[in-house]
Structures are given as C-alpha cells and as structure tokens.
Design a protein around this ligand. Structure first.
Ligand SMILES: Cc1ncc(CO)c(N)n1
Length: 230
C-alpha cells in the first residue's frame, strides 16, 4: 500500500468526523449560523494568506522546476480562484468580502498555520507536504460527499458554488500531485523521517476538524476580563 494510502487509513476516523461536523453538514443542508460563517471567512482569508507563505517556503526546498511550477500555480490558485467559495459564503450572509478581511487569526487557525510553518521550516520537502496535504484532501472529500448527498440538479442550493468548487479537477490535481511527490519521498525516507511525516499529517487532520469547530463556536482569544473572572 502506498504511504499516502496508509496515512489516509490511519486517519479514517478524522476524515469521517470532519464530514460529520455540524458546520460541514450545515453547508450540505444549506443552513448555517451567519455569525459562524463570518467567523469562518475572516479566519480562512488570513489563513490562506499565510498558507501561500508556506508554499513560498516549499519553493525554497524544491528540487526541480516541476515542483516550483506546481507551488507557483497553487499560489495563483489561492489568489484568483479560492476567493469564489468565500464570496459564496459572503453572499449568504449579505456582508461584503472586504469587510471580513484583515482580522487576527483565532487561536486554532493560528495554531494550524504555525504547525505548517514549523514543518516547512524544520523539515524537508516530505514533511512539508505531509503537513500541507490534509488541506486539499479533506476539502476534496467534503465536496465530493456533499455533492452526492445534498446537491440536486433541479433545486437551488445556497452553497452549490462552494461545494462544486471543491469537487472540480483543480482540487483533485493538487491532492494527487502532493500525494505522488510524498509517496516518492517516503520510499527513500528513513523510519524516523516517515514518523515525522505521519505526525505532521495527523496533526493537520486534527486541526482541520478543529478549524470547523473554531468557526461554529466563534472561538476567539480570551479577553483580559475573561481571564480575570475565571
Ligand atoms: C482551513 C482550510 N483548510 C483547507 C482549505 C482548502 O484549501 C481551506 N480553504 N481552509
């Protein structure tokens, strides 16, 4: 079995729970709390800004042009395409996209991005890819499952653009490219390197689930008042 198939199998429980998460199910049902949606877009906009910087670090570790080209394309994809699912969510809550930009990352999003920055700075390309891979892979699976379970050609669905964005070939291509590179690198990696890749991948899966939870609970940093009253 390939290394990334093993990773997928080891994290089956998390993939399942991510799909079952109330925010994800809310996308499917077309019913979401507007405050949670605003919280998600604010966090995800800044998260994706930082995500592009992780791609920049990955470029600095690239062994060949093909990899540089891939990461460069992914930066373009975030800048110009991944704004569409955000705009879909903004329309649902009737708030201009610009009004949801420039906020501090809530604790979980901050943790997630620093986890990726850590592996990109400390580890090699394999570890970097292992930390990045759950991002496209979990969204691809969410999109595919929601499409089958909730999208119906004949009915308007408020989140149809969001769902179909993540089922398009682009998401599949990113996931497959990262998987095949990671599989190649894992073949040559030592056991201890593979262990680091496993851990990076597993923590990213956990943080994907936590990111949805952060949105639905409108998680924020404790205020001074909250700290002093506990
Ligand atoms: C937190 C998170 N993970 C994955 C994606 C998909 O790129 C996203 N937009 N946000």
């Amino acid at each position: 079995m390939s290394f990334t198939n093993q990773l997928r199998e080891e994290n089956e429980h998390l993939f399942r729970e991510i799909y079952r998460h109330p925010f994800v199910q809310g996308i499917g049902k077309g019913e979401l709390n507007p405050e949670a949606v605003a919280h998600y877009v604010k966090a995800d906009y800044e998260y994706l800004n930082k995500f592009m910087q992780v791609y920049g670090l990955a470029i600095s570790k690239s062994a060949e042009r093909e990899e540089i080209e891939f990461f460069n394309e992914q930066v373009q994809f975030i800048l110009h395409s991944e704004v569409h699912p955000h705009k879909n969510l903004c329309e649902y809550i009737g708030i201009p996209y610009e009004d949801l930009q420039g906020y501090d990352l809530p604790p979980t999003a901050d943790h997630y991005i620093k986890h990726m920055l850590y592996h990109a700075l400390q580890g090699g390309m394999g570890e970097t890819l292992a930390a990045l891979l759950p991002c496209p892979w979990t969204y691809l699976e969410i999109g595919k499952k929601l499409e089958i379970e909730f999208l119906n050609e004949s009915q308007d669905h408020p989140f149809q653009p969001w769902i179909t964005f993540y089922t398009e070939d682009a998401m599949m291509d990113v996931t497959n490219f990262m998987r095949s590179r990671l599989d190649q690198l894992a073949e040559k990696a030592s056991d201890s390197e593979k262990q680091k890749m496993r851990e990076a991948f597993h923590k990213s899966c956990q943080l994907e689930w936590s990111f949805w939870e952060m949105a639905i609970t409108c998680e924020g940093w404790l205020t001074e008042e909250e700290v002093s009253t506990r």
